[in-house]
Design a binder for this molecule. Sequence first.
Ligand SMILES: NC(=O)c1ccc[n+]([C@@H]2O[C@H](COP(=O)([O-])OP(=O)(O)OC[C@H]3O[C@@H](n4cnc5c(N)ncnc54)[C@H](OP(=O)(O)O)[C@@H]3O)[C@@H](O)[C@H]2O)c1
Length: 331
Amino acid sequence: MPGTLRWGILGPGFISTLQVADLLGSGFAVTAVGSRSVTAARVFADRFGIAKAYGSYSELVDDAEVDVIYVGTPHSHHYEHARLALEAGKHVLLEKAFTVTSEQAAILVDLADRSGLVLLEAMWTRFLPHMVRLREIVAAGEIGEVRTLIADHNQKLPADPKHRLNDPALAGGALLDLGVYPVSFAWDLFGEPTSVLAHAAMTATGVDRQTAIILGYEGGRQALLHTSLDALGPNTATIIGTGGWISVEGVWYSPTSFSVFESSGQVIERFEETVEGRGMQFQAAELERLVEAGSTAGTILPPSESVAIMATLDEIRRQVGLEYPADIMRL
Ligand SMILES: NC(=O)c1ccc[n+]([C@@H]2O[C@H](COP(=O)([O-])OP(=O)(O)OC[C@H]3O[C@@H](n4cnc5c(N)ncnc54)[C@H](OP(=O)(O)O)[C@@H]3O)[C@@H](O)[C@H]2O)c1
């Protein structure tokens, strides 16, 4: 699976810990980590046996022995940190949500494209084996014409108002952190929506606590999506077609199993596959594959689609009145 690139980790927080475990577990080369604190960088480096620990992000991106930067910082800082890495000539694997706004996303994608660099959204779900098989089944017409997606992403996350999920200054809220998964799934299945309808309830801190979304498509197809950050849900997904349905077991966005039913209710296919680690190595493999192929855009999640997904999220935010401070929307 791994190629020849040397990975640098920007922001050694929660998700970077999981990403690095999967990188190392699959044999990828992680050569450096950068933090705002040299102590935090050193602790992370020692934990994973990473050779170099920097006390600033600029030192990390300027390291000539780093080829690709994984950005694992809060959404509010994705634009700034991805830009820093791209301007230093590095490929970037950028955590979801890609940015805060579609305008920021478009600028990053343009910069990467002009620089001949790969910029891939770390929407790890897209690259998982069960999603690869799902796409094949749908494309083969095994459940007829796909009419509806029903998917949720509901978590019980810390109530601390200072936690990044609850803080508007860090682009918190359910939508950008969790809701982005079902929105991206709907994009994967149906492409661009022709209509967007959203409703949300807000936390006391002013971010969305729970958001319901209906996306409409050509021919009246629909995606019914839900997300919340203070109540755990089943996190299952159902794809309904004119000839049957696919029931993706919880947790649909991480490695899981699914059954394909025909309209009679009979199971016609069962998918089960064990994945090593958490499953975040597949997105890293996609990035390395693109670099190797000399391409800046793959077919599974091209950067233009990450921009378009951000535009859908912009529209949902506009409808529900989810507002962020101006400084994290800046270009
Ligand atoms: N793929 C997944 O399953 C998954 C799961 C959870 C989160 N995520 C995504 O990963 C990203 C980070 O989430 P996380 O839960 O890992 O966050 P986190 O634990 O709070 O870590 C974020 C890291 O970003 C750095 N950082 C830079 N500027 C910051 C600022 N102004 N405030 C706070 N931290 C700042 C910090 O590292 P230093 O101070 O050491 O530099 C911090 O450790 C988000 O985009 C989130 O959506 C993805």
